[in-house]
Design a protein around this ligand. Structure first.
Ligand SMILES: NC(=O)C1=CN([C@@H]2O[C@H](COP(=O)(O)OP(=O)(O)OC[C@H]3O[C@@H](n4cnc5c(N)ncnc54)[C@H](O)[C@@H]3O)[C@@H](O)[C@H]2O)C=CC1
Ligand SMILES: O=C(O)[C@@H]1CCC=N1
Length: 264
């Protein structure tokens, strides 16, 4: 299957690395087109450059993955709309852009097959959690697109009406988790720990805790209770989180991002 990625920045680059890492059977032939440095990026990722989009038909591209930012959808759609896309599936990773809006941008293709995905930046190490949904015409293609992105981690079929909620939970949380992790590293360094020691220790703590939670049947609250020894030290920090209403802050952050996604 021939797949063309248009717009190869952080996210598409991560997905391509995940796919090429996992599919040793060469099931997919991957092409890329980027606004700049298409050939150099293709070499770096070990895929094929498609410098002129006019060649997409001659090359027999079956799936086009849009990896540009949402603001660039219109300029890409105008270019692609010139070609016959009847047998092509358009896959969009653009946050906040509904399948209907994508169809609208491609004015000449009212029956465009559209599959939306929402991956995260961990795709290159095959640890993305990717949401997927399709419009009516894209329903027949959803399973093949599901298979492509299964090479980057787990994939979940999600109704489009809750795609924004999935976006914040799966797409944005890596940044929020790292923000939290960094705050701990900064606190440890300010208290006197050497930076590399602090980073290694806190990453190790995150890794171990997540692995423990995944294999255990206990809830996060139950494990917190086991760590907080009565009259011990951990509870003092928990009290600060509770008194500062950390849960409310997280809720607000989630909903602010959600609102922005729904506003597109
Ligand atoms: N960064 C992330 O963690 C995630 C991003 N996404 C989505 O992925 C998309 C891309 O995000 P990033 O990779 O972070 O952005 P980015 O800015 O790193 O990459 C965008 C790429 O598109 C290229 N580009 C722009 N206009 C173009 C055009 N007309 N033709 C060809 N290439 C063009 C740019 O040169 C750049 O390499 C966004 O729509 C975003 O919503 C989705 C999930 C997670
Ligand atoms: O910040 C963004 O808009 C993208 C979507 C999900 C993660 N990054």
């Amino acid at each position: 299957m021939k797949i063309l990625f248009i717009g190869v920045g952080h996210m598409a680059g991560s997905l391509i690395k995940g796919i090429t890492k996992s599919t040793s059977n060469k099931k997919y032939e991957i092409y890329i087109n980027n606004r700049e440095s298409t050939v150099a990026k293709a070499q770096e990722l070990n895929v094929k450059p498609l410098v002129n989009l006019e060649d997409l038909q001659n090359e027999g591209i079956e799936v086009i993955v849009l990896g540009v930012r949402p603001a660039q959808l219109k300029e890409i759609a105008i270019v692609l709309d010139q070609f016959n896309l009847t047998n092509v599936t358009i896959v969009s990773m653009l946050s906040g852009i509904s399948a209907d809006k994508i169809t609208e941008a491609f004015g000449r293709h009212p029956k465009l097959k559209i599959v939306r995905i929402m991956p995260n930046i961990n795709a290159d190490i095959t640890k993305s959690v990717t949401g997927i949904c399709a419009n009516h015409y894209g329903e027949k293609s959803i399973d093949e697109v599901f298979d492509i992105f299964s090479n980057c981690g787990s994939v979940e079929k999600i109704n489009e009406d809750i795609f924004s909620e999935f976006t914040i939970s799966g797409g944005c949380t890596p940044a929020y988790i790292l923000f939290f992790l960094k705050a701990f590293v900064d606190a440890a360094v300010k208290s006197g720990l050497e930076y590399q020691t602090a980073l290694r220790t806190i990453i190790g703590s995150f890794e171990g805790t997540i692995a423990n939670l995944k294999k255990s049947s206990k809830t996060p609250e139950a494990i917190i209770g086991e760590i907080c020894v009565p009259n011990g030290v951990t509870i003092e920090g928990i009290k600060v989180f509770e008194n500062s209403n950390l849960e409310k802050i997280v809720f607000e952050a989630f909903n602010k991002a959600l609102k922005k996604d729904k506003e597109h």
